[in-house]
Design a protein around this ligand. Structure first.
Ligand SMILES: Nc1ncnc2c1ncn2[C@@H]1O[C@H](COP(=O)(O)OP(=O)(O)OP(=O)(O)O)[C@@H](O)[C@H]1O
Ligand SMILES: [Mg+2]
Length: 423
């Protein structure tokens, strides 16, 4: 298959014929297509994902469609998201080696990526819902964020390369538009595709939509997101975009990649840990989740600490870009100057991160794209109780983000809200 053929969606039936001569795929899984077994994974919302098993191995084939898979042609979405996903994956691999699936092949015209089949990995969100405590996620994700976010910025890259990448990813307009609307605006008015657990949450939803301070803050955050092209973001770094085993952690699905503020990925990721925390109450049928709750709060502490430590390390050792040049500081014997600038930067990441985390919690409960942590709680009253606590938490950290000093303070608030049983 060449990129010159018109786009055509693959199917379980056609995949072996269409990709039977693809050298990259054949060399990884075996050439005898009669022995290929193809199945569609089908738990994504946007794209087609197939697992192809051959005599010698397996691979994943991910193909974009000209629309949102879950919704159909009524919601068109450009094929080029696959191009951005591919280019983001190659950069993430270079900046944080071993953190993403290996890429075997990319076909721009067919909007498809052939990549390593991660097995026996499962989606992190599923593991957290099951109550599994993974020992390495905080370290692995903290390192991934620090390395990709630092090394994709003007702190590290040659300015010519960064500007070229900025231009390249600037064209990912449609997916960026989804983030801008779904995360920062839709939860705070009666947007068409919104939904929430009703009627249980109707009262608190009305309260949040009438909350002037919150709405102003959400728009300030949207402005920060839109106007601060600091680094190449993953753009959709939640627990559903991470695959794990007990010892391995891999990030997948960076199709929302875009130049934006460092704090965005960090805030979105931590919000998903806090949501996992608030959802545990809904998953206690087979036993208490006290230890799991404590584990999740520890994970937020460690993730943030690993991120800070690694970011600081890279600041001291790899600050080769045009910002805060060593010629202004270390080369003049002024190490303290460099540390002062680092403190300023990390402080800004901290306060913005809390804001992004707060709105991420809101949009997962009030917007279009809910998460399984809450959705799999069948009892609507119980689900609403968990969601209401998370909504209050999100509001508090978004609005008070400049007055909160430590992750322990945030976790004390989470524990306090969790102990409250009334909505
Ligand atoms: N490299 C891989 N190895 C194993 N499984 C994978 C791999 N990539 C994706 N999957 C599986 O396919 C599912 C969908 O993948 P992915 O999230 O990339 O698709 P998507 O359509 O972009 O989904 P989303 O709605 O989250 O945007 C994942 O949840 C995971 O179960
Ligand atoms: Mg996706």
């Amino acid at each position: 298959m060449t990129g010159k053929l018109p786009f055509e969606a693959l199917s379980v039936e056609t995949l072996a014929t269409r990709l039977g001569a693809n050298e990259a795929l054949c060399s990884h899984i075996g050439r005898d297509t009669t022995r290929w077994k193809v199945r569609e994974v089908g738990d994504g919302n946007l794209n087609l994902v197939f697992i192809v098993e051959g005599a010698q191995g397996a691979a994943v084939v991910k193909q974009a469609l000209p629309y949102v898979r879950l919704v159909g042609d009524s919601w068109p979405l450009p094929l080029k998201r696959s191009f951005f996903e591919y280019h983001a994956l190659t950069r993430q691999e270079a900046r944080a080696p071993g953190s993403v699936p290996a890429i075997y092949h990319f076909d721009e015209g067919q909007a498809l990526i052939i990549m390593e089949y991660l097995s026996p990995h499962i989606i992190l969100r599923r593991a957290l819902i099951e109550g599994r405590q993974l020992p390495n996620i905080a370290r692995d994700i903290g390192l991934f964020m620090a390395r990709t976010l630092f090394r994709g910025s003007d702190l590290h890259m040659a300015t010519r390369d960064r500007k070229a990448d900025l231009a390249l990813f600037a064209d990912n307009v449609e997916l960026c538009d989804i983030t801008e609307n779904l995360v920062f605006s839709d939860p705070y008015f009666d947007a068409k595709m919104n939904r929430h657990t009703s009627p249980q949450l109707d009262g608190i939803v009305a309260e949040l939509r009438g909350d002037r301070d919150l709405k102003v803050e959400a728009q300030r955050l949207k402005h920060i997101f839109a106007a601060n092209a600091e680094t190449l973001l993953h753009g959709d770094l939640h627990s559903g975009s991470i695959m794990i085993t007990d010892s391995e952690t891999r990030m997948i699905d960076p199709e929302f990649a875009f130049y934006g503020p460092i704090a965005f990925d960090v805030g979105m990721l931590l919000a998903n840990f806090w949501m996992a925390f608030f959802s545990q109450r809904g998953h206690e049928q087979n036993g208490k989740r006290d230890a799991m709750r404590a584990y999740l709060l520890d994970v937020t502490v460690e993730t943030w600490s690993v991120f800070r430590t690694e970011f600081s390390h890279l600041w001291r050792t790899e600050r080769t870009g045009m910002l805060y040049q060593k010629s202004l500081f270390e080369d003049q014997g002024d190490r303290l100057g460099a540390e002062q600038a680092l403190d300023h930067m990390l402080h800004k990441v901290w306060t913005d991160m809390l804001g992004f985390a707060g709105v991420e919690v809101h949009r997962r409960i009030l917007g279009l794209a809910h998460n399984a942590d809450f959705e799999t709680i069948a009892d609507a009253d119980l689900r609403a109780t968990c969601e209401a606590k998370a909504l209050k938490f999100g509001r508090h950290i978004a609005v008070n983000r400049r007055q909160i000093h430590s992750i322990d303070e945030v976790n004390t608030l989470a524990a306090l809200l969790e102990g409250e049983n009334r909505i």
